[in-house]
Write a protein that binds this ligand. Structure first.
Ligand SMILES: Nc1nc2c(ncn2[C@@H]2O[C@H](COP(=O)(O)OP(=O)(O)O)[C@@H](O)[C@H]2O)c(=O)[nH]1
Ligand SMILES: [Mg+2]
Length: 466
C-alpha cells in the first residue's frame, strides 16, 4: 500500500437488507468522479463543502448504447466534504442509497467506471493517518471500535479514538526527548558544561517515565482480554459435569447432558460477558482414551481448545476422591492459568482444595460448585474473571493492543538501560543512544516512526470502506 492521492471508492456499510447503505469516495478526483454518476439540482463541483444533495445515482450512457440515456441506479443523498475538512483530509463524497445488495454495488461499479479505484481494507483511515489528522493509535481504535464485543471494550476504543493514549505517550516522549537533548548537549559541549556526566535530574526524569510506563502496562493483559475476548475451555474427566456446568454458566440448556459418559462429542462454544470481557466458554469432550471414532474427534477438538485457551476451567467431581485420570489431566494443565471447579458439591466433598493446589500450584483458585443446583456459580465467575486479570471498578486501561504493549515494554527496557548506563557513569553517548532507542520505539506506537510494512499489517485487518 503506497501513499497515493488517487481516487478510491468502496462500500462503507455491511451487506444485506438494511435501511441504508453508504458508498464512500476519497481523493483528488472524488468530486469529479461523483458528478459523473450523480444527477441532482446542482453539480457537486459547483457546491460548497459540508452540503447535502438529493438526487439520483446513474450509470451514464456509454456512446454505444442505443437510446443514449443514462440508467438510474438508486435515489440517493450525497454528502460533500471538501479537503481538508473531511475524514481523510481529501475531498470526500458519501452517497447514501438504499440498503440491500444491489444499490450500493451498482453505484460503486459506476464510480469505478468513472475513474475511481477500489479502496483496500482500511485505506480511508490510512489516509486520515498519513495526512496527519489522527495518529496511529487513533487509526487502530477505529478498527477496535467496530469490533468491540462489549460496552467496556467499546468505551476503551472510544477513549483511544479520542486520542487519550496518544496524548499520554506524547507527554512521555517529550520528557524523554528533553532528557536525550540534555545528554547530547553535554556530550557536544563537554568543556562548556563541565563534563559529560549525566546529571541526577535527568536520571530521575528517566526513571519517572519508566514508572509511568510500568503503570500503563500493569493492566495490559486485562486490556487485551477486553479488546480480543478470552477463550475458556472446560476440561475434565468424562461425567464430572462439564456440560452441566457449561449450561449453568450460560444459564440455558445449550450443551447435551446425559448420564452416559462420553456423550459430548462436539465442542460447543458460547460467549458470556465477565467484567466487560467477552468470554467464550467451550464445552469439550472428556479427556481420556476414546472409546469410539466419533468421540475421538471430539477429544482431538478438546486438545486443540486447550492449546488456544486463555484460562482453562478444570472440572473435577468433588464428591469422589481424585482418580488417576484427574491427575493425568492435571499434568497436562501444569503451567497454564487454571481455575478449578469442584463440582457436585450437593453430594458432599471428598476432594480438598489443597489436593488440587498440590498438583497445580498454590495460586490456583479452587471453587466448590454444584452445576445441578446452581450453587457456587457467582464465586466461580469471580475466580474466572480474576484469573483473566480483571480489576474491580473503572480502572484506567489505555493499553489494550498487544502491539502497543510490546513496543512500550521495549521502550521501558531501553529507558532502564539508559538509567543503568548513567548510573554506571558510562559515556554520555551510550545513554543518549538508549534514550533515542526508546524514542524510536514510542514512535512505532504513535506512528511517527513506522515503515510501510507495519502499516500494511495494521490496515490490512480493517474492513474495506473504513
Ligand atoms: N449431583 C450432581 N450431579 C451432577 C452435577 N453436575 C452434573 N451432574 C450429573 O453428572 C452426570 C454427567 O454430567 P455431564 O454434564 O454430562 O458431564 P460431562 O461428561 O463432564 O459433560 C449427569 O448425570 C449430570 O446430571 C452436580 O452438580 N450434582
Ligand atoms: Mg459433556
Amino acid at each position: 500500500m503506497r501513499w497515493t492521492d488517487d481516487t478510491i471508492a468502496a462500500i462503507a456499510t455491511a451487506e444485506g437488507p438494511a435501511g441504508l447503505a453508504v458508498v464512500r469516495v476519497s481523493g483528488r478526483a472524488a468530486i469529479e468522479v461523483a458528478d459523473h454518476v450523480f444527477r441532482g439540482r446542482a453539480s457537486l463541483a459547483a457546491s460548497p463543502s459540508h452540503t447535502l444533495h438529493h438526487g439520483w445515482a446513474v450509470r451514464p450512457a456509454s456512446g454505444s448504447e442505443e437510446n443514449g440515456r443514462s440508467r438510474r441506479l438508486d435515489e440517493v443523498v450525497v454528502a460533500l466534504f471538501r479537503a481538508p475538512r473531511s475524514y481523510t483530509r481529501e475531498d470526500v463524497i458519501e452517497l447514501s442509497c438504499h440498503g440491500g445488495d444491489r444499490s450500493a454495488r451498482r453505484i460503486l461499479s459506476a464510480l469505478l467506471a468513472a475513474g475511481a479505484r477500489l479502496a483496500s481494507p482500511g485505506e480511508f483511515t490510512l489516509r486520515a493517518f498519513l495526512h496527519g489528522r489522527i495518529d496511529l493509535t487513533q487509526a487502530e481504535a477505529v478498527s477496535d471500535l467496530i469490533h468491540a464485543a462489549t460496552e467496556r471494550a467499546h468505551d476503551l476504543a472510544l477513549s483511544q479514538l479520542a486520542g487519550d493514549l496518544g496524548r499520554r505517550l506524547d507527554q512521555l516522549v517529550e520528557r524523554v526527548a528533553d532528557a536525550a537533548a540534555e545528554v547530547e548537549a553535554r556530550v557536544d559541549f563537554a568543556e562548556d558544561v563541565g563534563g559529560v556526566e549525566v546529571p541526577a535530574h535527568v536520571v530521575a526524569a528517566v526513571s519517572d517515565v519508566e514508572r509511568e510506563l510500568a503503570e500503563l502496562l500493569a493492566d495490559a493483559a486485562y486490556g487485551r482480554a477486553l479488546r480480543e475476548g478470552a477463550r475458556v475451555p472446560l476440561v475434565g474427566r468424562p461425567n464430572v459435569g462439564k456440560s452441566s456446568l457449561f449450561n449453568a454458566l450460560l444459564g440455558e440448556d445449550r450443551a447435551i447432558v446425559t448420564p452416559t459418559p462420553g456423550t459430548t462429542r462436539d465442542r460447543v462454544s458460547e460467549a458470556i460477558e465477565l467484567s466487560g470481557i467477552r468470554v467464550t466458554l467451550s464445552d469439550t469432550a472428556g479427556l481420556r482414551v476414546a472409546l469410539d471414532p466419533v468421540e475421538a474427534i471430539g477429544i482431538g477438538l478438546a486438545e486443540r481448545a486447550l492449546d488456544a485457551g486463555t484460562v482453562v476451567m478444570w472440572v473435577v467431581d468433588g464428591s469422589e476422591t481424585l482418580e488417576p485420570g484427574d491427575r493425568r489431566i492435571a499434568e497436562r494443565l501444569r503451567g497454564r492459568r487454571v481455575v478449578a471447579a469442584l463440582n457436585k458439591s450437593d453430594r458432599g466433598r471428598r476432594v480438598q482444595p489443597e489436593e488440587i493446589r498440590d498438583v497445580l500450584g498454590s495460586d490456583v483458585p479452587v471453587v466448590p460448585v454444584s452445576a445441578a443446583r446452581g450453587a457456587g456459580l457467582p464465586a466461580l465467575r469471580a475466580a474466572l474473571s480474576d484469573r483473566l486479570g480483571a480489576r474491580a471498578g473503572e480502572p484506567d486501561l489505555p493499553v489494550t493492543n498487544p502491539r502497543h504493549a510490546e513496543a512500550l515494554t521495549r521502550a521501558r527496557q531501553a529507558l532502564g538501560r539508559a538509567r543503568a548506563a548513567a548510573n554506571a557513569a558510562e559515556p554520555g553517548e551510550i545513554v543518549a543512544l538508549e534514550l533515542r532507542d526508546a524514542l524510536q520505539t514510542f514512535g512505532e506506537v504513535t506512528g511517527r516512526a513506522v515503515g510501510e510494512d507495519l502499516l500494511d499489517r495494521i490496515f490490512s485487518r480493517f474492513c474495506v470502506g473504513k
